[in-house]
Design a protein around this ligand. Structure first.
Ligand code: PMP
Length: 333
């Protein structure tokens, strides 16, 4: 295994002080922003690549292709570099120039597509699929390839179990919650933790405009509103989410989520927007567990990446005012 792969995962847990106080419980953040590519997606990218090599689907000198505008792209490009695998990233041309530059600078070949719906063959995901087929390239396929969620069964969930055991936390006092993009993190952690002990409580937190909250509370995929938080918000039961157990689901607006990200930054933990909604969800889950009679619950969530990529939203007073987001104290006029 190439050296950089050894730095993926095994991230520390940090006590989130404001959230813990609000929930009157122990809220811990898994510092996945410390992964070498800077996000939780390193875990999925590493496992997808290593398993593909193991199966003989890809080897050094080959090409991996993926449709992504975000963290998965960065993770795949860096880890593919380490394996002498060429990476091609397909994204809609409307994505921020900074994202395009970041991927190109690290060594990806970029293919830009017009911004169009999945029903259009020119859509970025359809384009990646077609190019993979035509050229014999390996399609990472993070939405469908269940090595994505397997990464979280074998690493994230396993690390949480090890922590729980070494800190003598009773499984029925432990909760885990996060939001879903592909669903790999929540899917894999739900399977891994429930298989270990079904009394561990699993929560899902959904932004406005996503359909999973309705699915897990009413059984129908429906969405209202919109969210500007990047990387999360799912409208389908992806293969990563198939047959998993979700005990509690919550819908959290951007307006509620963002202050939790600023609170973490105020504690010295540089997190991005999806971490804010994850922390908000952790507080809600800890309160519900206490309502169910659990004393001193410990709720773990994921700090997926840092704020650096989102400065045009997170630290832009005009954007925040327009979206009715309470500004962090240090930006207030
Ligand atoms: N947060 C951020 C910032 C992400 O980029 C992603 C991945 N799209 C997620 C959360 C969700 O991760 P997953 O794909 O495992 O559901």
């Amino acid at each position: 295994m190439k050296p950089i792969f050894k730095l993926v995962g095994n991230t520390p847990l940090i006590r989130l002080q404001t959230a813990s106080r609000r929930a009157n419980a122990t809220i811990l953040g898994k510092c996945d922003f410390l992964n070498p590519g800077g996000s939780v997606k390193d875990r999925a990218a590493a496992h997808i690549l290593l398993q593909a090599v193991k199966r003989g689907d890809i080897k050094s000198g080959d090409t991996i292709i993926e449709a992504t505008a975000g963290n998965t792209g960065i993770a795949l490009v860096l880890l593919a570099n380490a394996m002498d695998i060429r990476s091609v990233i397909v994204m809609p041309e409307t994505q921020a120039e900074a994202k395009k530059d970041a991927l190109k600078n690290l060594g990806a070949e970029l293919i830009l597509t017009p911004a169009c719906p999945l029903s259009d063959p020119r859509n970025f995901r359809n384009t990646a699929k077609r190019l993979a087929r035509q050229n014999g390239w390996f399609l990472a396929n993070q939405f469908h390839n269940t090595d994505n969620r397997n990464a979280h069964i074998t690493t994230t969930a396993a690390e949480i179990i090890a922590y729980m055991e070494s800190h003598h936390i009773a499984p029925n006092t432990l909760g885990f919650i996060c939001a879903a993009g592909t669903g790999g993190t929540i899917g894999g952690c739900s399977i891994g933790l429930k298989t270990y002990d079904h009394t561990i409580t699993i929560g899902l937190v959904d932004p406005d405009g996503a359909s999973l909250y309705a699915y897990y509370t009413k059984g129908t995929l429906e969405a209202t509103g919109t969210s500007f938080i990047e990387g999360i918000g799912q409208g389908m039961i992806t293969p990563q989410l198939r047959d998993i157990t979700i005990d509690y689901a919550y819908n959290v607006s951007d307006k509620t989520a963002m202050p939790y990200a600023y609170d973490a930054i105020g504690e010295g933990i540089n997190v991005g927007m999806s971490s804010g909604i994850n922390i908000a969800g952790a507080v809600l889950l800890a309160r519900d567990m206490q309502q169910q009679g659990v004393k001193n619950p410990t709720v773990i969530t994921v700090l997926c990446d840092t704020s650096d990529k989102y400065k045009d939203k997170m630290f832009n007073p005009d954007f925040l005012t327009k979206n009715c987001i309470r500004m962090p104290a240090w930006l207030s006029p």
